[in-house]
Ligand binder design. Structure first.
Ligand code: SF4
Length: 220
């Protein structure tokens, strides 16, 4: 809320001629923030997020983890949020879970990690790796949706229940029930599966994820 009030003040100052950044006309509600005109290139969008302080995660982050990969990727992976390694490096999925994700991409899908695009629901690390709140996810979501619009992947793989729920709005969707299903998501097909960090704790779930990835591979 404090951030919203600050932004309101900045927009008010803008009416006196101060130059900040594009629009919006009103930011009275969180919903209205989703109407901000965001840049149409990944490079510009990335710069935009680097100065983002919309939610309280900006206070504790070391780096904004924008996402990385091929901007023409056919597949996009969306996780929950950066962890410690990601926060330190500014890169998504570089810790143990990230190494497992890379193996899955390269060994099961048989493509290079650089040929997909990897991002998260929130771009700043939640303290102690807690689940992002609904407010944090909603404030950050326009960036992710813009990335999806620019990249225009044909397949989006949501990793874990948090990613699936915040992407689709299906709050009751247990990942064990929806994993491997194929949903429409704009121009893309969305396939939820387990988060790699869950597999590190529950190796028996690897088989399910393997089956989900075979489905993705068949759709390429
Ligand atoms: S998590 Fe997203 S909305 Fe929150 S400060 Fe970081 S970039 Fe901005």
């Amino acid at each position: 809320m404090q951030q919203l009030q600050l932004l309101k003040r900045l927009y008010w100052l803008k009416t006196f001629g101060y130059d900040y950044f594009d629009e919006p006309k009103s930011i009275e509600t969180v919903d209205n923030l989703q109407n901000i005109k965001l840049p149409d290139t990944l490079l510009e969008l990335k710069k935009y997020t680097f100065s983002c302080h919309l939610c309280s995660l900006s206070k504790t982050r070391k780096n904004v983890v924008f996402g990385e990969g091929d901007q023409n990727a056919q597949i996009m992976f969306v996780g929950e949020g950066p962890g410690e390694m990601e926060d330190n490096t500014g890169r998504p999925f570089v810790g143990r879970a990230g190494q497992l994700l890379t193996k899955i991409i390269e060994n099961v899908l048989e493509i290079k990690r650089q040929s997909v695009y990897i991002a998260n629901i929130v771009k700043c690390r939640p303290p102690s790796n807690r689940v992002p709140t609904e407010e944090e996810a909603n404030l950050c979501k326009p960036y992710l949706l813009k990335q999806i619009e620019i990249i225009n992947p044909s397949i989006i793989v949501s990793l874990g229940s948090t990613s699936y729920r915040y992407l689709t709005g299906d709050r009751n969707g247990a990942i064990s029930r929806v994993r491997g299903e194929v949903f429409d998501f704009g121009n893309a097909k969305l396939i939820p599966t387990y988060h790699p960090s869950y597999l590190l704790r529950n190796p028996s779930a690897k088989k399910d994820l393997y089956l989900d990835m075979l489905k993705v591979k068949a759709m390429l």
